[in-house]
Write a protein that binds this ligand. Structure first.
Ligand code: ADP
Length: 571
């Protein structure tokens, strides 16, 4: 904005005084002769007279030198706005040489939308007024716009009449640009803060931890008013859930200028607890010392409650499982004794029948009882055979149950397992059966995993055993074992070209005592159930892909041993 300054006594002094002019170097002075300087900046000279006094001429010359060397544009014009002098600064800022522009109207430099400025300036000058800090735009010779800050003062002749104007202009394009950038940055910061306030619970504290700012969300969750919070420290919402060490570690982190992340349980004014996921970001000074802390929080109370509930459910489930296993163990264990009795007495009965038959045969002729023949030769032995078969089946079921229920009691020793070595051992142990079946087993490079050596061996031995048992007699058995790493898990695939499993049976193969073909004498329907349980206990899992008549793939996943440059990553 243009300002009107009080009228000084001397126009020239005022023109010089409006701006701090650049210092005059020796080169600047020596570059031009005294006459040239005065001639070029004649319009500025108040005391140019024919045969004038030497002191005034000296002063004129000095000022002309200063004006010429200034980096600001120093331009004089008539009261009609015709340019009368043009310094080097003006050449630099506007692009015109003095020869090109002196004698031209000032209006040439003024953009069309600002054309009213010049008559206004001239009118003020005509009234002897000063125009200062007039920030505007002018057109350069190349047509581009330049932001300038102008100071314009009247030039008077000896009689005090206003004969023209001296204008000092400074190129403020860079400053304007910086201002614009600053405004844009401030707006962006404002927008970011608005976005943050919209999403998060925000508080700012000073270096000592006293709250200097809280947003609405902070007030809403803590149930305190802004006035109650400002000036306090965060102890106001401390729930005394976390240890002193917890907060000491927090302060140690942020005090060193590092960001702290964590979950904190706080207490609202009404005593309700709430959980917040918190990030504390220290703002540090040039020395790296925190000057304030910005805490950004998200309400995770619901999630924490869900987690606690889930944890409780998992604990309950684990307990129930243990209970159930104990029951199964006890029952299967205790049922074995009466079963052994049944077995023993059946044998005794069988022997007793044999003795009776022998005795009867020995007494033949003396007193044979024909009615005893049928029960002794057929009915009783047949009944005893059924009893024995039933007892054997029950025993095998009980043995299976016992085996299954013991799984939970086995202490696992989880170690890194070299799976290629483990598979080599299993294949070697099964060499005889594999050779007999003319089976071909190929084992690819396998990633290592964490697991219990014995239990994991059993799982893979069981899978190979199943591949043998459920092979297709129409073709030689081929089994391939491959492995890859996926999301931190080592995933192994045991693929066979056996009889396969129909889709409807696939989910059931892991059920206890489930056999797809119960008439099949081999198998007790327990191997995969045990494999699943064993793997679960080792944080692994097992699943199946199979096509009936083509073959099956059993996948086993266990936590991978991750080494640098593990070559099975994408395998
Ligand atoms: P089993 O002792 O009966 O082999 P498992 O639990 O190991 O018990 O397997 C359950 C059922 O899954 C088997 O009875 C069989 O029908 C089916 N099965 C398991 N492995 C295979 C395989 N590789 N190919 C086809 N069927 C299979």
């Amino acid at each position: 904005m243009a300002e009107v300054a009080p009228r000084p006594q001397d126009g020239l002094a005022a023109a010089a005084g409006l701006r701090t002019l650049g210092s005059v170097s020796a080169e600047d002075l020596s570059a031009l002769t005294k006459q040239e300087l005065i001639a070029r900046l004649g319009g500025l000279s108040p005391g140019r007279r024919e045969g004038g006094d030497p002191a005034a001429e000296e002063a004129s010359m000095r000022f002309a030198a200063i004006a010429e060397s200034s980096s600001d544009a120093i331009v004089t014009k008539t009261t009609a706005g015709i340019i009368t002098s043009w310094n080097r600064g003006a050449v630099r800022i506007f692009g015109y040489t003095a020869a090109e522009i002196v004698g031209q109207p000032m209006q040439r430099l003024i953009p069309a939308d600002r054309s009213a400025e010049e008559p206004d300036v001239l009118a003020r000058i005509g009234r002897g007024e000063y125009v200062q800090h007039f920030d505007t735009e002018r057109i350069r010779k190349d047509g581009s716009l330049v932001h300038v800050s102008l100071a314009i003062s009247p030039i008077r002749d000896h009689a005090g009449r206003i004969v023209g104007a001296a204008s000092v202009g400074r190129d403020i394009t860079a400053q304007k640009q910086a201002e614009q950038e600053l405004r844009a940055t401030v707006k962006e910061l404002h927008d970011v803060r608005a976005a943050l306030d919209e999403h998060s619970i925000v508080a700012i504290t000073d270096a000592a931890g006293r709250i200097t700012y809280v947003n609405d969300k902070f007030c809403a969750i803590s149930r305190y008013t802004r006035e109650e919070l400002i000036g306090q420290d965060h102890r106001i919402i401390n729930s005394h859930f976390h240890s002193k060490e917890f907060f000491r570690a927090l302060w140690a982190t942020i005090g060193r200028g590092r960001v702290w992340h964590g979950e904190i349980r706080n207490r609202a004014k009404d005593g309700a607890f709430y959980w917040v996921e918190t990030t504390i970001f220290p703002f540090v000074n040039a020395e790296g010392k925190p000057v304030q802390y910005v805490a950004i929080r998200t309400d995770i109370t619901r999630r924490k409650a869900d987690e606690a509930e889930l944890q409780q459910l998992a604990t309950d489930l684990a307990e129930k499982n243990k209970e159930l296993e104990t029951i199964v163990y006890t029952v299967s264990h205790d049922l074995r004794s009466p079963l052994v009795n049944v077995q023993g007495f059946s044998k005794q009965l069988s022997r007793a029948c044999e003795s009776i038959r022998t005795a009867l045969e020995a007494g033949r002729g003396t007193g044979t009882v024909p009615e005893l023949k049928q029960p002794l030769d057929v009915t009783i032995p047949q009944a005893l055979r059924f009893i024995t078969a039933g007892v054997n089946e029950m025993e095998s079921l009980l043995a299976g149950l016992l085996r299954y229920s013991r799984l939970g009691r086995i202490t696992l020793t989880i170690v890194p397992l070299e799976m290629n070595a483990l598979l080599t051992e299993i294949v070697a142990a099964m060499k005889f059966q594999l050779n007999e079946a003319k089976a071909e087993v190929r084992v690819g490079p396998l990633p290592d995993c964490y697991g219990d050596s014995g239990q994991t061996s059993q799982v893979f031995a069981n899978l190979l055993d199943n591949a043998l048992k459920y092979r297709d007699p129409a073709r030689p058995l081929r089994v391939t074992v491959t492995g890859r790493i996926e999301d931190g898990q080592a995933v192994y695939a045991v693929a066979d070209n056996g009889i396969g499993i129909a889709p409807e049976h696939q989910p059931k193969v892991f059920d206890i005592f489930h056999r797809l073909n119960p008439d099949h004498t081999i198998g007790e329907g327990l191997g995969l159930t045990i494999a699943q349980r064993v793997l679960e206990r080792q944080k692994g899992r097992i699943w199946i892909e199979s096509r009936e008549g083509e073959g099956s793939v059993f996948y086993v996943a266990l936590p991978a041993v991750l080494k640098e440059g593990n070559s099975h990553e994408s395998g």
